[in-house]
Ligand binder design. Structure first.
Ligand code: PLP
Length: 261
């Protein structure tokens, strides 16, 4: 282990050696320890962590039971190929199915959100090919959305800033719908007087901006990177009803909202 006198050297190393998109360096702070909601930096200064790793550290930092579970498993077996079975894999899948809505009966473990999004789209496309006799070529996502940094997830993402200089990630079969952003309504309307026009507009979008072979509509239940945009209460149920009318599947990208939060 390399011991460093202060965080300055680490900041310099990381800035020099890591691709800038993942080292934004917003806070010039090197975190060396975390316990619960507290963080400690390389100079020993303590912070209350209100950031929680973009809301992913739900259990706080280094909860002793989680640390113990990781240690126990690391002492037994790390990894085997898909040709074998593992005890925690089966038990975790069972637990997830137990605590998620009844219709979810299968689990795919992924290593990141973009991978989950890519696979959800693949499942949707496969399903419509097999069960509905469509090719499911197109996907609708929302303007302002963020779905990850892999190729198709970038195409789904409805924000120019992630695609600057990367024109190939503008995918011809991804159609972006206006988002339910009431504060800056794309139609200049006011909720509830608008009667959720952004949902009614989907009818036009499907009719005029797709060729009628849409596999799925994907959205974040609460748009995260787009500005924590909470849609009106009845938005999602109205969207899903409209999608059903057109035999289009709905994919909830809950990477940031999570479940049970
Ligand atoms: C809604 C949403 N989807 C997908 C992703 C991509 O997740 P990951 O960075 O783990 O690939 C993110 C990441 O912030 C996200 O907020």
């Amino acid at each position: 282990m390399v011991l460093l006198a202060d965080g300055k050297e680490i900041i310099e190393k990381q800035t020099k050696l890591i691709v800038p998109s993942t080292t934004k360096g917003r806070y010039q702070v090197v975190i060396v320890e975390g316990r619960g909601a507290l963080l400690k930096d390389a100079d020993g200064k303590e912070y209350i962590d209100l950031h929680a790793g973009y809301a992913t550290v739900n259990l706080g930092h280094c909860h002793p039971r989680v640390v113990q579970a990781i240690k126990d498993q690391a002492e037994k077996i790390w990894h085997v190929s898909w040709d074998f079975y593992l005890v925690p894999t089966a038990l975790l899948a069972e637990k997830l199915i137990e605590i998620t809505p009844k219709k979810l009966r299968k689990v795919l473990f992924c290593s990141c959100g973009a991978e989950a999004v890519e696979n959800a789209v693949k499942f949707a496309k496969k399903f419509v090919v097999k069960s509905m006799g469509k090719t499911g070529a197109q996907i609708i996502s929302l303007a302002g959305s963020f779905h990850g940094r892999t190729s198709y997830a970038m195409a789904l993402t409805g924000q120019k800033k992630y695609k600057d200089g990367l024109g190939t990630y503008v995918h011809p079969f991804v159609v972006h719908a206006p988002s339910p952003y009431c504060y800056r309504c794309p139609f200049g309307m006011k909720h509830p007087d608008c009667g959720l026009y952004c949902v009614d507009y989907l009818e036009d979008l499907i009719k005029f901006h797709t060729f009628g072979d849409v596999a799925a509509f994907i959205s974040e239940p609460i748009m995260g990177e787009g500005g924590i945009i909470i849609p009106p209460d009845d938005y999602l149920s109205k969207v899903v009803k409209k999608l059903r009318d057109h035999e289009i599947l709905y994919i909830a990208d809950e990477i940031q909202t999570g479940f049970c939060r």
